[in-house]
Design a protein around this ligand. Structure first.
Ligand code: ZN
Ligand code: ZN
Length: 222
């Protein structure tokens, strides 16, 4: 497997170590016979500067804002629309010109990051939900990977649940073992539930510890 396959684009050093930089360039253009000529030329110049930035090696994203300024302070800065731009907003008067350039590999990393964040949030939501179903006192914190105190549920203490039940035993109840409801209360059979959690199922999510998967007694019987 190559490194490119092993590392998601948003975890590559090109992306994680990327640096944003803003430069303020102030220039003055000569006026024309008509009042608007200078400003139009100035906007074209700004667009060419933005276009030029996209052609520089290593530049993966460009956007620009500018406007008529006084003493180097633009009074009403607005997006510069340039021809190399491929995303962002389209110019109101020239839709083929857009406001932001993103290199394909950078775009891929941004999408990869967005997908990873969405997956993380979804898992967090699912984890909160399954914890709430068994009355987990850590439902709000969703601290998977930690061993928080104060809760005996299977999601907080998968290792202890697995050990108590000795899931490697032969199938069927063993009177020397302690079987626990997902909430931690002792019950008489593997995969059993206390009165409060009758019908509540073990929910497994991607990235769960192996011990938790072993508590899936229903799956063992299948
Ligand atoms: Zn818990
Ligand atoms: Zn229970």
């Amino acid at each position: 497997m190559s490194d490119a396959m092993a590392t998601p684009p948003h975890e590559s050093p090109e992306f994680t170590n990327a640096s944003e930089f803003t430069v303020t360039i102030t220039f003055t253009v000569a006026g024309g016979a008509r009042r608007q000529t200078a400003e139009r030329r100035a906007r074209k110049t700004a667009a060419r500067l933005a276009d030029a930035a996209t052609r520089i090696s290593g530049v993966v994203e460009v956007s620009a804002r500018g406007g008529v300024s006084y003493d180097r302070k633009p009074s009403w800065p607005s997006p510069i629309y340039f021809s190399a731009a491929n995303s962002g907003f389209a110019a109101p008067t020239a839709p083929q010109r857009m406001s932001r350039y993103v290199a394909p590999e950078h775009e891929q990393a941004l999408q990869s990051l967005a997908a990873a964040n969405a997956a993380f949030r979804e898992r967090q939501r699912d984890d909160e939900q399954r914890r709430r179903a068994v009355g987990c006192s850590n439902a709000q914190r969703a601290p998977y990977g930690l061993q928080p105190n104060g809760c005996a549920c299977a999601y907080c203490r998968p290792g202890e649940h697995a050990l108590d039940a000795m899931v490697h035993d032969d199938a069927g109840p063993n009177r020397w073992r302690t079987y626990r409801c997902l909430c931690g209360v002792a019950v008489s059979t593997p995969g059993g539930r206390c009165v409060a959690h009758r019908g509540v199922e073990l929910i497994l999510l991607a990235g769960d510890p192996a011990d938790l998967a072993q508590l899936d007694f229903a799956a063992l019987e299948r």
